[in-house]
Design a protein around this ligand. Structure first.
Ligand code: HEC
Ligand code: HEC
Length: 455
């Protein structure tokens, strides 16, 4: 009989499976108050999970750590004028009050629900790849997608140029950071209303991407772009890339303070029982499962509790949902994105700064894979998974216990096996995930920035 069945049988018989039941089969310490005694092996794994190191360097954005750029980025982040109807900003789907997400299973766009869940932006400065499929290689390259996608903000880079040109305060901030706006920035004959290029899209013989001319026949924004001069198009893309770099500088500041778990690990290192008390005994038992028989650290490792890589964990497509290949589309798209780290708008175009792009290959094993999200602060950004299918952390844990269904494409990663947990252990693992909640980011970042007094 497997442990899972045993647990189920005991449960059905009304047996106690809490602290003294099956749990105690695994525990190596007497039932007493105070911290659990972790083995040397457990201790060494746990210490790789905390503390959070400083942010990684961001070579492709020379303003990444510039405080003035972060302030300008904050203004743009909360500014609804960066949407076609003026009714939504980045904060509409990444709201500070909702864990920098939106509380919805799938984001609500201009034309109804999108196909994916809005990730929290907390710790986004640590991510190697952005989006569930990793189709952007930096936070600044990410911005074009929500900004110009007709289903999201429906805005256009040519309109961004004219907005900056006519708003004296935005213009001053922009020009102090990046130098003068392009010549003719206010001229709608040059920076044509709605003018935007098609979003990056790979082309191959089986699935050729339509040309700009073809797209311009049905999309007025692409027609406007086609009508712009080569030089003005480049200038508009440069303005967008710089505004995006400022937004990245803002997003890099969205790092919560230490969590109960971090205080616990500090205590573990210093052999300080009081500090270890920051984590309840239940959460400590959950931690033992996380690094032990749960195998969660296989994919959720490093201080981010995510390797930032992509895995197929076998989430079946819900009935009626569209087909979504995940990672292969991300790989093919980031390679052709003019805003990637090797592109003309990057501040570090050499391979040495962008090796992660160089070795990017897709094969059948990447089908159906999505990014393993950071588990830090997951407690404040329900619902979960790329399609928001699970409402609570407990539902997520129950998924790993059973691994129901089969993925629609590709295959589930072979290292992922059902984790036999009893009811008490499920609650322990949830308590551990809850303990990864850090203290909120600076209040100043959680609201729109007022223009400075001299405006
Ligand atoms: C309509 C809702 C919506 C708006 C508006 C929106 N986003 Fe998002 N955002 C999403 C969704 C949904 C995803 C995930 C999409 C995917 O992975 O394909 C996402 C993903 C992201 C990510 C990737 C995070 C990660 O960990 O991979 C970042 C960063 C981000 N958005 C920043 C922004 C910024 C900056 C803006 C404003 C320019 C913005 N978003 C506007 C819904 C939105
Ligand atoms: C084989 C790699 C792998 C293993 C092992 C793994 N995960 Fe995950 N985890 C992922 C991936 C990939 C996702 C995102 C999947 C998606 O949305 O399609 C994810 C998503 C999650 C989420 C949702 C986070 C969010 O913000 O949406 C939680 C919570 C989570 N995992 C917890 C765990 C726990 C607890 C364990 C151990 C029982 C575990 N994971 C084991 C790869 C893994």
């Amino acid at each position: 009989m497997t442990r899972l069945r045993l647990a189920a049988a005991l449960l059905a018989a009304g047996a106690c499976v809490g602290g003294l039941g099956l749990n105690s089969l695994d525990s190596q310490e007497p039932e007493a108050d105070g911290p659990l005694r972790f083995t040397e092996r457990e201790r060494s794994i746990i210490q790789t999970l905390s503390p959070l190191p400083p942010l990684p360097q961001q070579a492709s954005n020379r303003w990444a750590d510039d405080p003035a750029a972060a302030r300008f980025g904050q203004r743009l982040f909360y500014d609804a004028r960066l949407s076609r109807e003026g009714d939504r900003s980045c904060a509409s789907c990444h709201s500070p009050g909702l864990g920098w997400s939106d509380g919805l299973p799938r984001a609500e766009g201009r034309n109804g629900a999108l196909i994916r869940n809005s990730p929290s932006l907390l710790h986004s400065g640590y991510q190697r790849w952005l989006f569930w499929d990793g189709r952007a290689d930096s936070l600044w390259a990410q911005v074009q997608w929500p900004l110009e996608h007709p289903d999201e903000m429906g805005f256009a880079r040519a309109d961004l140029v004219r907005l900056l040109a006519r708003d004296a305060s935005l213009r001053r901030d922009y020009e102090e950071l990046f130098g003068p706006l392009p010549e003719g920035a206010a001229d709608a004959e040059r920076f044509r209303p709605g003018g935007r290029p098609p979003l990056p899209r790979p082309s191959d013989p089986f699935n050729p991407a339509p040309s700009l001319e073809q797209l311009a026949e049905t999309d007025p924004g692409h027609a406007a772009w086609l009508a712009m001069s080569e030089a003005d198009r480049r200038a508009a893309s440069e303005v967008l890339s710089r505004c995006a770099k400022a937004i990245e500088a803002f997003e890099r500041r969205l790092v919560p303070g230490p969590s109960a778990f971090d205080r616990f690990v500090e205590g573990l290192r210093e052999d300080d029982a009081q500090k270890q008390g920051a984590l309840s005994r239940s959460a400590q038992r959950g931690l033992r499962i996380f690094v032990g028989k749960g195998n969660c650290v296989n994919c959720h490792f490093s201080p981010l509790l995510s390797g930032g890589e992509f895995h197929n964990i076998g989430l079946a497509v819900a009935a009626g949902e569209p087909f979504d290949a995940g990672r292969p589309d991300g790989i093919n798209t980031v390679r052709v994105d003019p805003m990637n780290g090797r592109g003309e708008f990057s501040d570090a175009q050499e391979w040495a700064s962008n090796v992660k792009l160089r070795y990017l290959r897709y094969d059948e094993h990447t089908f159906g894979a999505y990014k393993a999200p950071t588990l830090r602060n997951a407690a404040v950004s329900a619902p979960y998974m790329h399609d928001g299918r699970f409402a609570t952390l407990e539902e997520v844990v129950r998924f790993y216990v059973e691994l129901p269904g089969l993925p629609p494409v590709g295959h589930r990663e072979e290292t992922l096996l059902p984790v036999p947990l009893d009811e008490g252990e499920i609650q322990d693992l949830v308590a551990f995930l809850e303990s990864l909640r850090g203290t909120p980011v600076d209040e100043q970042l959680r609201r729109p920035l007022e223009p400075t007094e001299d405006d």
